[in-house]
Ligand binder design. Structure first.
Ligand code: SF4
Length: 299
């Protein structure tokens, strides 16, 4: 059976009486021709890079040559005023710091993409540090996240240039929300509800990087995406549901992405990138390039 829907994934797990992650593990072993031991070793390596991206982002000053990214993670970590709790602030700090590591050309895991590379490191690091989730459980959560991305990639998209930011940060948040629910003891229904709730709450988010650089709003969006992932996981773990089945939400995500105006698909022609300030920034960074602002949508 092909792992191309959440319904199929559930059926595969139920028919073999195995957890969701084991279906993805078998899929990976088959697809990549790797042994189970090799895959666990690879997951450990990947998580080590993710955690290092968070830690180096919090430890070292972060500023991109454009100046658009400047120590967001450190500022949040050092803040004395907390909206919900110090832990909530740290979740934001971890995600933005890891994404800043990417923006500053540091080493990250592009899971599912470089633009969204702070979300999963932020969530997994948070689970390990603040919920004492064992590493093995984090690796299993990573496999569940891989299953989520695999289905979304086939039925919608994980690329901002194809489906807008909902496809990048939205997919990463859905992967992370599923991982939170699994790691904290949720069942299959709750795991899939968290995915559906995340997609529902990130639907339609456009891709609009200022000056075409994957910096702004990208770092901030990695922060807001972990908040939505955490909210979705909390709702699902509380027994709330998205009402709409997760496979239908993925279909909706694909339809919204397909209908999205090209200005909102990484072209830097719309949204945040088209604001006068963003245009002035683009002119400062690329003085020889004529303004790329376009008032009328392409037909
Ligand atoms: S705005 Fe575009 S480039 Fe930035 S994270 Fe979102 S999808 Fe990626």
């Amino acid at each position: 059976m092909k792992l191309d829907s959440f319904t199929t994934w559930r059926l595969m797990a139920e028919s073999q009486s195995v957890p969701l992650w084991r279906v993805v593990l078998a899929y990976e072993m088959h697809q990549k021709g790797r042994s189970e031991g090799e895959i666990w070793a690879r997951l450990a390596q990947v998580y080590a890079v993710m955690r290092d991206a968070v830690e180096s982002g919090l430890r070292e000053p972060r500023q991109t040559p454009s100046g658009l990214v400047r120590d967001t993670g450190k500022k949040i970590k050092d803040a004395s005023l907390h909206v919900i709790s110090p832990e909530f602030s740290l979740l934001l700090a971890y995600a933005t710091a890891a994404k800043e590591t990417n923006a500053c050309m540091g080493r990250v895991v592009a899971a599912p993409t470089a633009g969204a590379s702070g979300i999963l490191p932020g969530i997994y690091t948070f689970l390990e540090k603040h919920h004492a989730v064992p590493l093995q459980t984090i690796y299993e959560a990573m496999l569940i996240g891989a299953g989520v991305a695999l289905i979304i990639e086939q039925k919608a998209s994980i690329a901002g240039a194809v489906g807008g930011c909902q496809a990048e940060t939205g997919t990463a948040a859905a992967m992370g929300a599923a991982g939170i629910v699994y790691a904290l003891g949720g069942d299959v229904n709750q795991t899939f509800e968290a995915v559906a709730l995340t997609i529902m709450n990130m639907l339609g988010l456009i891709c609009d990087p200022v000056a075409g650089l994957v910096e702004l709003p990208c770092v901030k969006r990695n922060g807001s995406a972990v908040v939505i992932a955490a909210a979705a996981a909390q709702m699902a773990l509380a027994g709330d549901t998205a009402v709409i089945p997760v496979d239908e939400m993925v279909e909706a995500m694909g339809q919204v992405g397909a209908a999205m105006d090209p200005r909102f698909k990484e072209t830097a022609l719309g949204g945040t990138a088209a604001t006068p300030t963003a245009q002035a920034i683009a002119q400062r960074i690329y003085p020889d390039v004529r303004s790329i602002r376009r008032e009328d949508p392409p037909h």
